[in-house]
Design a protein around this ligand. Structure first.
Ligand code: DGT
Ligand code: CA
Ligand code: CA
Ligand code: ZN
Length: 580
């Protein structure tokens, strides 16, 4: 963890503890500072050497926070934070990982029942003590009971957005090892699943010992879990990384096998059997002349296995991109020559859902615009939150604020090398209503409507109503799902996608790794029903515009082509879709 991230999480803990004690405004300032410090390109440790003025160079960091950062680097602690911790000795991170339990509830539950840990929270929820605490009630208690189960499971699988950078680092490291002839990620991380159990990496080499030895000595490794002749496992921060080393001429077979998914491989193996072929991690073999195909791993005449393409070719199939290997009809489509020509990250030309400091983002409109231009986008929509249910702490914009912001967006648009769209992220109420006045919506270029509250049960009617609103252009994170936290709304995707296609509303693939909503299993039917997809990052700072790759690969898991994607169009094409 870089020290910027370390300082950021301390400030976030500070914010949580202040909020738990009902302190107003300050928590938001601490969170904003934390976010900016985390995303700051220079090491805060170096800035702190120059004292408070150095640290104040970072946006959103004023005197009070700067002095705490300096104190931290000088003394290794922050006295005021320690005092807050003493006053409220709770496991804040664990407790707030429960859906519906925020820092304020943690404070209230500690005062009323002395709850400090997840176990204690569970006990209290199960014995019915929580419903009697002021402000809680039976429904909240039931929600907490359910949320605890989720929170306990949460850290068993890591978010793609957290795991993938480790995967990239592992691959880069191994690519620099002389004995490694070929290196590729495998398993769920190569298929870009939204959550990852462990990071699998495969090396083709004629010197497995040397590869395993280099891997086991990798600087980044915290622990070597095991190291054998041709495989090894490491722990790197929270991640388990599994390496397998195979012979170069069997690399393709192993890569195909260890990429999975299991269901995809079963489908292929059946196709192989129909053709008198035997496939496994060592190759693909013609066993038509063999009495007992199960007599060994490498029986029969080998027909391929050095490359993955050879494995598919032996089955009369074109190579199938890893994101499609989920047994959603890809083998049949490949056999029919009907695989999609998948969207690429480079096809995306802009972002239609981003935030600034006008609501809960960390940066100005201009900074976001310049960040998007530097990232290579042609256009950017600024879509700050409107007020409404689910917007805590007054972060959302009123209709009057929105009118004022449009003027500011137009002014910045005249000065930057990128086209700006003035937008809003409105809330979709439990009844499907949109939380911004129609005359304001009409003035905006783009209206993203997203559900933020009541994210239980069937949401189809509600989402269809939102889509049918004449001013809505994009349905943001449609199900409201949060990975490892809550499942979000159930949705009849065929009905929603048909409505979206008819109304010319794009369904969002939200690229934030915590969301990845809608995901591949929903994108595929949506695209088939003719709906347009928007790949948005929901960025709250310029640095997270690069999360777009997670959205793109998620859309690829749903068979998305560039033609299906609103923001793969040029500015004029987007303007046309938006009716501008
Ligand atoms: P994960 O790690 O839970 O996110 O998911 P995967 O898909 O990476 O699963 P993992 O790491 O257990 O194994 C990597 C791949 O290896 C998996 O996608 C398919 C293949 N594989 C592993 N074990 C078996 C097995 O027992 N049978 C078959 N057919 N394939 C397997
Ligand atoms: Ca894996
Ligand atoms: Ca594995
Ligand atoms: Zn948003």
């Amino acid at each position: 963890m870089s020290r910027n991230a370390e300082v950021a999480s301390l400030l976030e803990e500070f914010a949580d503890l202040l909020e738990a004690k009902d302190v107003e405004y300050k928590p938001r300032a601490y969170r904003r500072a934390a976010e900016n410090i985390r995303g700051h390109p220079a090491a805060v440790e170096h800035l702190a050497v120059e004292g408070e003025d150095g640290v104040k160079e970072i946006d959103g960091v004023g005197d009070a926070i700067a002095s705490k950062v300096v104190e931290y680097f000088e003394t290794g602690g922050i006295e005021e934070l320690d005092e807050l911790r003493n006053d409220l000795p709770v496991d804040m991170a664990a407790l707030t990982s429960v859906e519906g339990v925020g820092p304020k509830s943690v404070g209230t539950l500690y005062d009323a029942l002395g709850i400090t840990t997840l176990d204690e929270l569970e006990e209290a929820a199960e014995s019915g003590e929580i419903q009697d605490v002021e402000g809680f009630g039976e429904t909240t208690e039931a929600n907490i009971r359910e949320g605890i189960a989720f929170a306990r499971e949460a850290h068993e699988r890591e978010l793609l957005g957290e795991a993938r950078p480790y995967g990239d680092r592992v691959r880069e490291f191994l690519a620099g090892v002389d004995a490694a002839a070929e290196v590729e990620l495998a398993g769920s991380i190569r298929r870009w699943r939204p959550t990852i159990g462990d990071v699998d990496v495969l090396v083709g080499s004629d010197d497995a010992d040397a590869v395993v030895a280099a891997f086991a000595n990798w600087d980044a490794a915290d622990t070597v879990i095991e190291a054998g002749e041709s495989k090894a496992s490491l722990r790197v921060d929270d991640f388990r990384v599994d390496l397998r080393v195979v012979a170069e001429n069997e690399f393709g077979a192993a890569l195909q096998y260890f990429t999975g998914s299991k269901d995809h491989n079963v489908r292929l193996r059946n196709r192989a059997i129909d053709r008198d072929l035997k496939m496994n991690e060592y190759g693909i073999f013609d066993v038509s002349e063999v009495d007992d195909p199960d007599a060994g791993q490498r029986v029969g005449e080998r027909v391929g296995g050095a490359t993955e393409a050879e494995m598919y070719e032996a089955l009369d199939l074109p190579w199938i991109p890893p994101e499609l290997r989920e047994d959603r009809g890809e083998v049949a489509a490949a056999a029919d020559g009907a695989l999609p020509e998948l969207l690429e990250t480079g096809d995306v030309r802009g972002d239609l859902h981003t935030h600034t400091e006008w609501s809960d983002g960390g940066n100005t409109i201009r900074e976001m615009a310049e960040g998007a231009a530097a990232f290579g986008h042609d256009y950017l929509a600024i879509t700050d939150h409107a007020t409404g249910p689910g917007m805590v702490g007054g972060v959302g914009l009123s209709d009057a604020d929105l009118r004022e912001q449009i003027g500011e967006i137009r002014a910045v648009d005249d000065e930057v090398d990128i086209d700006l769209f003035a937008g809003v992220e409105a809330n979709v109420g439990a009844d499907g209503s949109i939380s911004v006045a129609d005359d304001v919506l009409e003035t905006l270029d783009v209206v993203v409507a997203s559900p933020h509250v009541s994210l239980d049960g069937d949401g189809t009617d509600r989402l269809v109503s939102a889509v049918e609103h004449p001013e809505v252009d994009v349905l943001g994170h449609p199900t409201g799902r949060l990975r490892n936290q809550r499942d979000g709304l159930d949705v009849d995707i065929d009905r929603l996608a048909e409505a979206a296609a008819t109304e010319a509303v794009a369904l969002e693939v939200n690229s934030d790794p915590r969301r990845l909503d809608i995901d591949g299993s929903l994108v595929k039917p949506a695209v088939e029903a003719g709906a347009t997809i928007a790949i948005d990052t929901d960025a709250h700072q310029p640095g997270t515009l690069e999360y777009v790759r997670y959205g793109v690969h998620t859309a690829r898991r749903g068979w998305t082509e560039a033609d299906d994607v609103l923001n793969a169009r040029d500015t004029d094409g987007v303007r046309e879709f938006l009716g501008l």
